[in-house]
Design a protein around this ligand. Structure first.
Ligand code: AMP
Ligand code: GLY
Length: 427
């Protein structure tokens, strides 16, 4: 099979690494890719938001399957345009990608199908949103409805903070994404990410993970895209997984199908495990970044076989097998991230960091005019290791990271702390 992978981050490097190992693969292209992906396969400089160009390339190269990494092209309808041209694609239609593209859409679906989630209101003007926030009181959560690159959510501990966040949304802080606002109840508990591969009808559990969103150790400081992750999430027991499937995922699949927008692709549920049980915080309609890096490290089965089955509506015949080991990834970020990451600093020594248990995925890297590897984004490298448990995976990942020479980088030294404490307590 000829496959085209869309995207350029650490998530896509992990997908390229796993796809490149598939016995079903003839040729893999990545657009636009990055220097790490270029070590696995051929990168092509396609403008991914030019859907017509993506369709033309796929036709020219006899692409049998397009795998879409990031959310923006899905929400913009790339999957629909590929399908209209007769090209198979792993990733939801524009209508189904509303699960990520509109928080209000997802909340209404939850309300209609009795899916446990925080109580909420949807508003298109500040006075009504503020009245609702006053009525509920702090702590309370304010969300821009649309895609805001992970920045549209304010967990307000005081009412003043909530009112300011409402003003910021309607004053355009998130552009069109903030034209509508969801105000919702604050949930308490432990967060976990839960994944399902979906074929429109069947959803198969596809692993769990926990990430660290805050930039600073001890989960402090500003939010980021994620500073590290590990899998599996110890809080997602087999019993809890069955409950999440029954109460959250299956009614979602049913609801989307009834609406004429069956969900095909990777469904990523952000969950809060509360005292009353699991509740949905949000959906993403693609793999997580950096969660994908730990899932691909643990996946025993061939990814391309599973993705094909999803596209062809054949998942009910499939199962997914995982290694017994845990995996953990540490994000090596550029100084100044998340506010203003410094670009252009030189990185070396990645080869000496890798072995049979360690893989370094590239996220924001580039080659400079002298062909040196340099930082070219906020999250730059994902140093990923497997181990008998999270404690061992973390020790291997940090030992590997310390072999990489990069003056301009920093990382959190406590990725996995929750799981490591649990493992210590369990002896
Ligand atoms: P999101 O971008 O929707 O994933 O939200 C970012 C983060 O905000 C989540 O990972 C949670 O930590 C937090 N968050 C979102 N909604 C709630 C809520 N209703 N209660 C508590 N925390 C929340
Ligand atoms: N790491 C969170 C996300 O990919 O949305």
């Amino acid at each position: 099979m000829n496959v085209l992978l869309i995207g350029s981050g650490g998530r896509e490097h992990a997908l390229a690494w796993k796809l490149a190992a598939s016995p079903l693969l003839t040729k893999l292209y990545a657009a636009p890719g990055n220097p790490g992906i270029a070590q696995e396969t051929e990168c092509v400089s396609l403008a991914v938001d030019d859907h017509a160009a993506v369709v033309a390339f796929a036709k020219e190269k006899n692409i049998d399957l397009v795998v879409v990494g990031p959310e923006a092209p899905l929400v913009a309808g790339l999957a629909d345009e590929l399908e209209a041209a007769g090209i198979r694609v792993f990733g939801p239609s524009k209508a189904a990608a509303q699960l990520e593209g509109s928080k209000g859409f997802t909340k209404d679906l939850c309300a209609r199908y009795g899916i446990p989630t925080a109580a909420y209101g949807r508003f298109n003007n500040a006075p009504k949103a503020k009245a609702y926030a006053r009525q509920v009181g702090a702590p309370i959560v304010i969300k821009a409805d649309g895609l805001a690159a992970g920045k549209g959510v304010t967990v307000a501990m005081t009412l003043d903070e909530a009112l300011d966040a409402i003003d910021a949304c309607f004053e355009g802080a998130f552009g069109a994404a903030g034209a509508e606002v969801v105000v919702e109840e604050f949930l308490e508990g432990e967060e976990a990410s839960f994944f399902c591969i979906c074929d429109g009808t069947t959803a198969l559990p596809f692993g769990s993970a926990q990430d660290h969103k805050r930039v600073g150790e001890g989960d402090t400081g500003p939010n980021t895209g994620g500073m590290g992750a590990y899998s599996p999430a110890p809080v997602i027991t087999a019993e809890l997984e069955a409950r999440v499937m029954r109460e959250i995922i299956e009614p979602t699949m049913r609801g989307m199908a009834e609406m004429g927008a069956p969900f095909r692709g990777m469904l990523f549920a952000g969950l809060m495990i509360t005292e009353e049980g699991p509740k949905l915080i949000e959906y993403n309609t693609r793999f997580g970044d950096p969660e994908c890096q730990v899932l691909m490290t643990r996946l025993k089965d061939d990814l391309l076989t599973l993705v094909n089955a999803a596209v062809d509506g054949q998942l009910s015949h499939m199962s997914v097998r995982w290694r017994d080991e845990a995996a953990l990834t540490v994000v090596f970020a550029a100084e100044g991230y998340p506010a203003s990451p410094k670009k252009g600093t030189v990185i070396s020594g990645i080869e000496s960091a890798e072995d049979e248990n360690v893989q370094v995925f590239h996220a924001g890297t580039a080659r400079d005019s002298e062909d040196r590897l340099v930082a070219n984004g906020g999250r730059v490298l994902n140093v990923t290791a497997k181990g008998a448990n999270v404690t061992e995976a973390a020790a291997r990942a940090y030992a590997a990271l310390d072999k990489i020479s990069w003056e301009g980088g920093f990382c959190r030294r406590d990725i996995g702390w929750r799981a490591i404490e649990r493992e210590k307590a369990a002896g």
